[in-house]
Ligand binder design. Structure first.
Ligand SMILES: Cc1ncc(C[n+]2csc(CCOP(=O)(O)OP(=O)(O)O)c2C)c(N)n1
Ligand SMILES: [Mg+2]
Length: 333
C-alpha cells in the first residue's frame, strides 16, 4: 500500500474512472460475441490502474500514444467514451470515423495519437512527438505505452538510444502483463527484469506495481516532473496482468486458471474500493450513485454506437493517406 493519501475526490475519481474502463470493455466483449463488433478486440481488463494513475499525474495537454490495447486511454484523456464505442462498431461517428476500429483509436484534440497495430510501432512515434515538443520549446511530456513483447522489437532499442541522446521529454511505459499473445516473458527474453533494458542506455529506469493506482500515480508524478524539467526520458515498467485472452479468440493454454485467479485477487479496482470503505471516504449510497452513473454511461455509449450510421461507401478510400491540407480534427469530439 502506497504511503501517500489523497483527497476524497481523487479516490472517487480513480474508482469511477477505472470502473468506466472495466465496464465499457466488458460490454465491448459482450457485443463482440453478438457479432456487432468485428475483427480484433484487445481488452484492457486488469490493467486499468496504469492509465488511471498516469492520467492523474499528467496535464491534459500532455501527449499519449499506445499500441492496439488502446480503448481506454483516449477516454482518460477526456474523449467521451461513446466515440470509442462507435469506433468499435465501425460507425461514422467513431473517433476515427469508423475507419480504424478497435486498434486505431485517435483523438488529436485530446492529444491521443493512437492506436497502433504494429507491435512497437508507436515507440519511435512517441519519441517523435517528444522531439517536436522539445524543438518547439513546449513543456509537454509524452506518455508512450507498449507491451512486454514490444521490448523485443529493434525499434524499441533504436528509440531508447536516440531519446536518451537527445534527452527527449518522453516516458516509455512497458505494460508488462507477462505475455505477448501466448508467449511468456521468460520464453522470449534473457532479461526478464524488463526495466533493466533501459539501463544499457543509461536511461533512468524504474518499476512500479501497475495494479496499484496510488503507486502508479506517485511514480509518474516524479517521472513527469523529471521529463518536464528537461532531464530527458525514463523507462517505467508497470507490472500488471490481463484477465482476458490476448484478443477474442484465445484458448489460453499458455497459463493456468489458478494463475489468473491469483491476479484477480489483486484487482486494482477492488483495491481502491477497499481503501474507500476502510478509510470511510464515501458512504455506500455514494458508491451506489457512482455505480448507477457508470451503468447509465455505458448504456448511452452502446445506444449511440448502435443508432449511428456506417460510413458511406464513397468514403472507402478516404483517410488512407493524409490528404494535403486536411486537418485531421474530428467535428464530433
Ligand atoms: C510487428 C508485429 N509483429 C507481430 C504482430 C502480431 N502480434 C500482435 S499482438 C502481439 C503480442 C504483443 O505483446 P505485448 O507487446 O506484450 O502486448 P500485449 O498484447 O500483451 O498488450 C503480436 C506478436 C504484430 N501486430 N506486429
Ligand atoms: Mg504483454
Amino acid at each position: 500500500m502506497a504511503k501517500a493519501t489523497y483527497s476524497k475526490e481523487q479516490y472517487l475519481k480513480w474508482y469511477e474512472e477505472m470502473l468506466v474502463y472495466r465496464r465499457i470493455e466488458e460490454r465491448a466483449g459482450m457485443v463482440y460475441t453478438q457479432q456487432k463488433i468485428r475483427g480484433f478486440l484487445h481488452l484492457y481488463i486488469g490493467q486499468e490502474a496504469i492509465v488511471a494513475g498516469v492520467i492523474s499525474a499528467i496535464r491534459p495537454d500532455d501527449n499519449m500514444i499506445a499500441g492496439y490495447r488502446n480503448h481506454v486511454q483516449p477516454i482518460g484523456k477526456g474523449m467521451h467514451p461513446k466515440y470509442m464505442m462507435a469506433e468499435l462498431y465501425g460507425k461514422v461517428t467513431g473517433c476515427s470515423k469508423g475507419m480504424g476500429g478497435s486498434m486505431h483509436m485517435f483523438s488529436k484534440e485530446h492529444r491521443f495519437y493512437g492506436g497502433h497495430g504494429i507491435v512497437g510501432g508507436q515507440i519511435p512515434m512517441g519519441a517523435g512527438l517528444a522531439f517536436a515538443d522539445k524543438y518547439r520549446n513546449e513543456d509537454r511530456v509524452t506518455i508512450c505505452y507498449f507491451g512486454d513483447g514490444a521490448t523485443r522489437q529493434g525499434a524499441f532499442h533504436e528509440t531508447m538510444n536516440l531519446a536518451m541522446l537527445w534527452k527527449l521529454p518522453v516516458l516509455f511505459v512497458i505494460e508488462n502483463n507477462k505475455y505477448a499473445m501466448g508467449t511468456a516473458v521468460e520464453r522470449a527474453s534473457n532479461v526478464t527484469d524488463l526495466k533493466n533494458l533501459g539501463l544499457s542506455y543509461n536511461m533512468p529506469s524504474v518499476d512500479v506495481n501497475g495494479m496499484d493506482v496510488e503507486a502508479v500515480h506517485e511514480c509518474f508524478t516524479l517521472a513527469v516532473a523529471h521529463a518536464r524539467k528537461g532531464n530527458g526520458p525514463m523507462l517505467i515498467e508497470a507490472e500488471t496482468y490481463r484477465y482476458k485472452g490476448h484478443s477474442m479468440s484465445d484458448p489460453q493454454k499458455y497459463r493456468t486458471k489458478e494463475e489468473v485467479e491469483q491476479y484477480k485477487n489483486l484487482d486494482p479496482i477492488e483495491k481502491v474500493l477497499q481503501t474507500i470503505r476502510s478509510k470511510k471516504i464515501a458512504t455506500e449510497e455514494e458508491i451506489d450513485i457512482i455505480h448507477s452513473r457508470v451503468n447509465d454511461l455505458i448504456e448511452e455509449c452502446v445506444k449511440f454506437a448502435e443508432e449511428s450510421p456506417y460510413p458511406s461507401p464513397e468514403d472507402l478510400y478516404k483517410y488512407v493517406y493524409s490528404e494535403p491540407g486536411y486537418p485531421f480534427i474530428m467535428d464530433n469530439q
